[in-house]
Design a protein around this ligand. Structure first.
Ligand code: ADP
Length: 256
């Protein structure tokens, strides 16, 4: 004779199980949904510049147009393909980040020269738009981070600050260190983000002004990548923003 003990299931436990299964079903439906949204956003993003490339290359090949016009069309072709290249780079990063295939290789970084070197990379595009870039990194402290990934993080934030600022505005890139934290702050006096939008700002493909998205370029995945990269460092990112006043992004790294 076997004495089999079947654990009795209480109503509470059954209720919990039902709850969990419901939750899972919802998650799955949501995942399927966001995957579709993701794919259609990517297709759209790639198709729009492609349409420009095909159209403008066709007119640029015509023999009856002036050199000036040809140059104008080629400039548009160049800008659109550069934008496409940046989008594909972001997409490849996103795929890697999702699969956690990337590694963070931390090194000791000297804050002041590092921040100044990143500012140097964007100085030309700031000058072109007439936006001032101020670097405020008075103390030359050191901290640990992956220099290439941190550069990518700061470039994304500074590029956004430039993109959403008007000529003559000022963007400030600063760094601070307290007992156990390093903070890198990107502050702009640009368009700002409303309270209802700011909570979605780190979502993939989220853009505030969808109708004006082409004017500003971008794909709405820059900040999603920034967040993943900061968190992969064991750090965090926060934003405070006010519409028509400006935004401030703070990256906090714990390892000093
Ligand atoms: P995008 O490539 O469209 O700029 P991001 O992921 O970098 O995508 O940003 C998502 C959205 O957040 C942007 O489309 C923009 O509406 C808003 N945003 C990001 N940074 C700023 C900023 N500094 N000022 C105002 N809006 C911003």
């Amino acid at each position: 004779d076997f004495d089999v003990k079947i654990p009795s299931t209480t109503d509470d436990e059954l209720g919990e199980l039902g709850h969990a299964i419901n939750g899972l079903a919802k998650d799955l439906a949501h995942m399927k949904n966001s995957r579709n949204e993701f794919l259609s956003a990517v297709s759209h993003e790639l198709r729009t510049p492609l349409t420009y490339l095909i159209g403008y290359s066709k007119v640029a090949m015509r023999e009856d147009i002036s050199e000036e016009k040809r140059k104008h069309y080629l400039t548009i072709i160049h800008e659109e393909s550069t934008r496409m290249k940046a989008l594909v780079k972001n997409l490849m990063d996103l795929a890697q980040l999702d699969e956690h295939k990337f590694t963070i290789e931390k090194e000791l970084i000297a804050a002041k020269p590092f921040i100044e070197q990143v500012a140097q990379i964007v100085s030309h595009s700031f000058a072109e738009k007439g936006v001032h870039l101020t670097v405020d990194c008075p103390h030359n402290f050191t901290f640990y981070a992956d220099p290439l990934r941190l550069e990518q993080i700061i470039l994304n934030l500074v590029d956004n600050a430039l993109k959403y600022s008007e000529p003559n505005a000022t963007v400030t890139l600063s760094c601070k260190q307290s007992a156990s934290q390093t903070r890198i702050i990107v502050k702009d006096t640009g368009h700002g983000i409303s309270e209802e939008d700011v909570v979605h700002i780190f979502d993939k493909f989220y853009r505030v002004e969808k109708s004006r998205a082409r004017e500003f370029g971008g794909s709405g995945i820059g900040l999603a990548i920034v967040k993943e990269l900061v968190e992969a460092h064991g750090g965090s990112i926060t934003v405070t923003s006010e519409l028509h006043v400006g935004s401030q992004f703070i990256v906090t790294l714990e390892e000093v």
